[in-house]
Design a protein around this ligand. Structure first.
Ligand code: HEC
Ligand code: HEC
Ligand code: HEC
Length: 128
């Protein structure tokens, strides 16, 4: 009986430590790509990194497709995408919906600058 309370407190403490190590954040949140879009009369592109990251391994994009792992570091043009490079490797109507759906990628509010929005830290398996 005398051990009941300390054991319970230990368990509570352990669960608190396990359950609340960090605030919840989407890893690598959203990336804005706006080197050319707005200047060419289109809205900036919002790239949801987390949405893609949970579906594909890092190396698919950061090795095989040649996306540099730094927001704003890539020169991506619409012509290359339509030819099947970068986003167009998948957004081709086969792996994912095609480039006809302009307004699914060009969703940013005018004036947004290229770069990451939200967390670019990871606490999960992507940490390296
Ligand atoms: C799969 C996502 C995606 C779709 C769908 C898409 N775009 Fe883009 N587009 C991009 C990205 C990424 C860029 C490069 C953004 C930047 O850095 O400015 C871009 C850039 C552009 C540019 C800038 C100039 C240039 O030549 O690169 C224009 C214009 C453009 N897109 C038009 C369109 C039109 C019109 C459609 C629909 C027919 C479309 N886009 C559909 C992702 C997309
Ligand atoms: C489907 C494609 C895709 C996958 C999968 C992917 N990324 Fe990315 N990642 C991108 C793109 C696109 C950018 C933005 C590049 C730009 O802005 O020019 C980016 C940007 C980044 C950045 C830059 C953030 C910053 O602050 O500059 C990091 C770090 C990163 N990715 C890490 C990862 C890791 C780690 C994984 C796997 C766990 C991963 N990515 C999976 C496409 C991908
Ligand atoms: C490795 C493959 C791959 C690459 C590369 C890729 N995507 Fe995607 N993307 C997908 C798939 C798969 C989906 C989910 C399609 C579906 O739901 O039908 C998706 C969905 C999306 C969505 C919708 C997200 C939502 O909430 O429904 C956006 C926006 C998007 N992609 C933009 C981009 C842009 C911009 C790029 C280039 C910077 C890009 N994608 C590169 C595979 C890819």
């Amino acid at each position: 009986m005398t051990y009941r309370i300390p054991v319970f407190l230990c368990a509570l403490l352990a669960s608190v430590t396990v359950l609340s190590p960090l605030p919840a954040q989407a890893e690598y949140a959203d990336v804005v790509l706006n080197k050319y879009a707005e200047a060419a009369g289109m809205r900036p592109v919002i790239y949801p990194h987390w949405f893609h990251r949970i579906r594909f391994r890092c190396k698919v994009c950061h090795n095989e497709l040649g996306f540099e792992m730094r927001a704003g570091a890539n020169d991506v043009t619409m012509a290359e995408i339509i030819e099947g490079q970068f986003c167009g490797m998948c957004h081709n109507g086969q792996i994912a919906w095609s480039t006809e759906h302009c307004d699914r990628c060009h969703t940013g509010l005018p004036g947004l600058k290229s770069g990451i929005r939200g967390s670019n830290e990871t606490s999960g398996p992507g940490r390296w």
